[in-house]
Design a protein around this ligand. Structure first.
Ligand SMILES: Nc1ncnc2c1ncn2[C@@H]1O[C@H](COP(=O)(O)OP(=O)(O)O)[C@@H](O)[C@H]1O
Ligand SMILES: [Mg+2]
Length: 272
């Protein structure tokens, strides 16, 4: 490759890295039925390829924020832009994952994974995607489990299958609402590392809702701290631990000091 081509490529990469994928401006949400001011003037910009987490006590508006970002819930005020276009409803370039894997028990892992394609584009299109689904199963360490039914999968395996189901539509952004909260601690830590690997290999932009400070810190470039009543972002903490992150980093003084700083910003009573 010529020097000019190398330069052009590195400039392109830098531009891609600083390209905002999501832009939220002064997003407000009031649930009028119960007169709850769930979000107050939230500003948020997510860069291409970045991993961000939002942390805050129960009821501070995390899920509301995610629903607004995904187009499932309209904001009362403010704007939500994704890849330069306003989000006005569910979109193909958004992938979501929740606390429960929500796989259909009467379909195999493979059938569950291609289901979004079957619903969107029909059976033939889903069939054509099976090869890719098998590659995804391999990516998440579930090779050989394609014909297994969800009832025979452990919690961690089911969440891995739901990662595949999210990735099959090739979303530009991954919105994750406490995806590993129902798992035991060891499985959860393992899944955190898996998620990091998957995001890096696909250059994905990810936004994770969690109430584990450790999980937020080990995965993220930026951790947003939210406070309730009304729900708002009070701080954006940049995590400059090197990448790739490892579980060993969780025992370092740097890690402990970041965790302490974030804990200090949260309403600790709300966690008790
Ligand atoms: N559909 C809804 N209708 C009315 N109030 C809601 C609705 N969804 C959430 N809320 C309220 O909005 C606030 C934020 O909720 P939520 O976004 O679920 O918080 P979190 O995910 O941080 O626990 C809470 O007070 C909750 O009771
Ligand atoms: Mg929630």
């Amino acid at each position: 490759m010529s020097a000019a081509a190398v330069l052009a490529e590195s400039l392109e990469r830098a531009a891609a890295q600083s390209r905002p994928v999501y832009q939220l401006r002064r997003v407000d949400k009031v649930y009028t039925a119960r007169n709850v001011h769930a979000l107050d003037s939230v500003d948020l910009t997510l860069e291409h390829g970045s991993f961000s987490a939002v942390i805050g006590s129960s009821g501070c508006g995390k899920s509301t924020l995610l629903k607004i970002m995904s187009g499932l819930e309209p904001p009362t005020k403010g704007s939500v832009m994704l890849q330069g276009r306003p989000v006005t409803g569910p979109r193909r370039d958004i992938g979501m994952m929740f606390q429960q894997a929500t796989l259909l028990p009467w379909k195999t892992a493979l059938q569950n994974i291609v289901l979004p394609i079957a619903i969107r584009d029909g059976k033939a299109a889903a069939k054509a995607k099976e090869r890719e689904a098998l590659e995804l199963l391999e990516l998440v360490g579930l090779k050989g489990f394609e014909h297994v039914f969800p009832g025979e999968l452990s919690g961690g395996m089911a969440q891995r299958a739901s990662i595949c189901r999210m990735l099959i539509t090739e979303p530009a952004v991954l919105l994750l609402d406490e995806p590993f909260s129902a798992l035991d601690e060891l499985t959860r830590e393992f899944m955190n590392m898996e998620l990091q690997r998957i995001c890096a290999s696909r250059d994905a932009t990810a936004f994770l809702v969690t109430h584990s400070i450790q999980e937020a810190v080990i995965l993220s470039d930026v951790v947003y701290v939210m406070k309730p009543r009304p729900g708002r972002i009070v701080e954006a903490v940049t995590i400059d631990l090197p990448r790739p992150r490892t579980l060993d980093m969780m025992t370092t003084p740097e890690f402990a000091s970041i965790v302490r700083r974030i804990r200090g910003r949260l309403d600790v009573e709300a966690f008790l």
